[in-house]
Ligand binder design. Structure first.
Ligand code: SAM
Ligand code: SF4
Length: 514
């Protein structure tokens, strides 16, 4: 009988998009039900999981080198279980066992519900487990779709980075097949969740204290589901969840330009809780490149969409993604992307160097012919331009008052707080200091409710149009909507102070003597 004793410590590393962040939240919650506790020290954990991304080579490379580093520790800890799940698992499958033979389980994006069972079976039976979905060509569309199951179990409020914000998956997969992208393969066919299920989840989250929900999908505005004899689109879903008690703000990402219809824009305009912020990646400002990417729109069509956004939802912030150095991208093509960024003045842009992905049409049919140094230069130039635009547009907020949904202490405040606690005379109310196994002093406190030592600290939140704002205040404000007057800015952040209401004292009135 193999000895399957192990500590209940779980280390998990997540790379990639919001979908992966949500998947990890749900997997950890399920394992906690089985008695696991999270640790941020990989060397302490008998269960090590990697939630992976395949969108760019760099993300995969990072995971393979992490796995490489675990080879030695696995030899000395036979009861350790190492698992790889998510996009790379679905894409590379057996290849992961070949490249990292000490990995015990490989679980695709459509089998996440199996993870708790597979972890305990891998440990008990000392056998490798591979659980993946069908390839896109592995059966009929329905067969392939049903092999990718949306993973939406009950939510555990303790697993969210902030208790007031939550992602809600409204669809999985993608059917757009842009030529450079692995997502249609790794996440399977596009499938929308029933609106009633989404509404129930939002109500549950609101009951747990969530104030802001972000609806997520690879092309979230392609949402379409037939329920009760009618076809529900994203605009209908927004209306359905809008009046959920306790929810103050609703966002949705990521949008596909071709599916940005006026009905959705009118919903953003008319529903006050919906953020005036749209992430709609353009990818390139050149028609020739868009065509090779098979994005399904021209630059003029993208411009026309921007015009409709500005007309229907004035003041709406728009952000974008760009790929530079895609197959055959000339200097002129790149200059066209520069012009589009100048013209659209995006709130921000995520800029990526093209990374060829095996299994994609671009990798099979087009040469990756832009040298790495040119990709790097183009990336830096576009980023510089975008940074200048961000700074100029943020400066336009100086002197204005914005409503901010407070997320909690900023990163800087969290670091300062740790330093303060280590040097403060103890005991500090609400704080317990103890030494962890490595001899580091760590604190057990609730930063949301503990009164700050020595007055207000720097808090962070976001405006209705998704701009980051920092200001000094009490951490108890976390989760509230607070008016902030903006005094200064950087390219990424507005800097302000809480608007204090002036108390009007009634004028002293001389009463007539009667
Ligand atoms: N569904 C979204 C859309 O269509 O805009 C984006 C999803 S994708 C996971 C996120 C971003 O990664 C894309 O917008 C694209 O800019 C970038 N990306 C995808 N494949 C890439 C590749 N092979 N090389 C470089 N960047 C890539
Ligand atoms: Fe990838 Fe294109 Fe689908 Fe976005 S729309 S996930 S870029 S295939």
């Amino acid at each position: 009988m193999p000895d399957d004793s192990h500590n209940q410590l779980l280390f998990i590393e997540t790379v990639g998009c919001q979908m992966n962040v949500l998947d990890s939240e749900l997997v950890v919650a399920a394992l906690r039900e089985d008695g696991y506790e999270l640790t941020d020290q990989v060397q302490d954990a008998d269960t090590v999981l990697f939630n992976t991304c395949s969108v760019r080579d760099h993300a995969e490379h990072k995971i393979y080198s992490q796995l490489g580093r675990l080879k030695y520790s696995k030899r000395h800890r036979p009861n350790q279980v190492i698992g790889v799940f998510g996009c790379m698992a679905q894409k590379d499958q057996e290849l992961i066992f070949q490249r990292a033979p000490h990995v015990d389980m490989v679980v695709g994006t459509g089998q996440l519900a199996e993870i708790p069972r597979l972890v305990s079976e891998s440990r008990r039976d000392r056998k490798r487990a591979l659980a993946v979905s069908l390839a896109r060509t592995g059966g009929s569309r329905d067969e392939v779709a049903s092999s990718f199951e949306s993973y939406d179990p009950l939510r555990d409020p303790t697993m969210r980075p902030t208790p007031f914000q939550a992602f809600v998956r409204i669809m999985i997969g993608c059917d757009k097949f842009c030529t450079y992208c692995v997502v249609p393969t790794t996440r399977g066919p596009e499938q929308s969740r029933p609106p009633s299920q989404v509404a129930t989840e939002v109500r549950t989250l609101a009951g747990q204290g969530v104030r802001e929900v972000t609806l997520i999908g690879q092309t979230v505005n392609s949402y379409s589901h037939v329920e009760d004899g009618r076809t529900w689109r994203l605009a209908d879903l927004l209306e359905l969840i809008h009046d959920t008690d306790g929810i103050e703000r609703i966002k949705f990402v990521t949008n596909f330009p071709r599916d940005m219809d006026n009905g959705l824009l009118e919903a953003v305009r008319d529903l006050p809780k919906v953020s005036r912020y749209l992430h709609v990646p353009a990818q390139s400002g050149s028609d020739a490149v868009l065509e090779r990417m098979k994005r399904g729109y021209t630059v003029d069509e993208y411009r026309e969409m921007m015009g409709r956004i500005n007309e229907i939802v004035p003041g709406c912030a728009v952000s974008s993604d760009f790929i530079v150095g895609f197959c055959g991208e000339t200097d002129e093509d790149f200059e066209a992307s520069v012009r589009l960024v100048q013209e659209c003045r995006f709130k921000n842009s995520f800029i990526f160097k093209y990374s060829p992905r095996s299994g994609t049409k671009a990798d099979e049919r087009l040469a990756d012919d832009v040298p790495e140094s040119v990709k790097r230069d183009r990336n830096a130039r576009l980023l510089d331009l975008q940074t200048r635009i961000c700074e100029e547009d943020n400066a336009g907020f100086i002197g204005r008052t914005v409503d901010v949904l407070v997320e909690g202490p900023s990163k800087m405040a969290q670091k300062q707080r740790k330093r303060q606690l280590l040097t403060a005379p103890h005991p500090v109310p609400g704080v317990v200091l103890f030494e962890d196994d490595g001899g580091d002093v760590v604190s057990l406190e609730d930063p949301q409710t503990t009164d700050p030592v020595g007055g207000p600290i720097q808090l962070v939140g976001r405006t209705d149009c998704d701009r980051i704002v920092v200001f000094d205040g009490n951490p108890r404000l976390a989760g509230s909507l607070t008016a902030i007057s903006v005094d200064d800015c950087t390219a990424t952040t507005l800097i302000g102070r809480i608007v204090t209401r002036e108390v009007q004292h009634a004028p002293v009135v001389e009463l007539p003597v009667v």
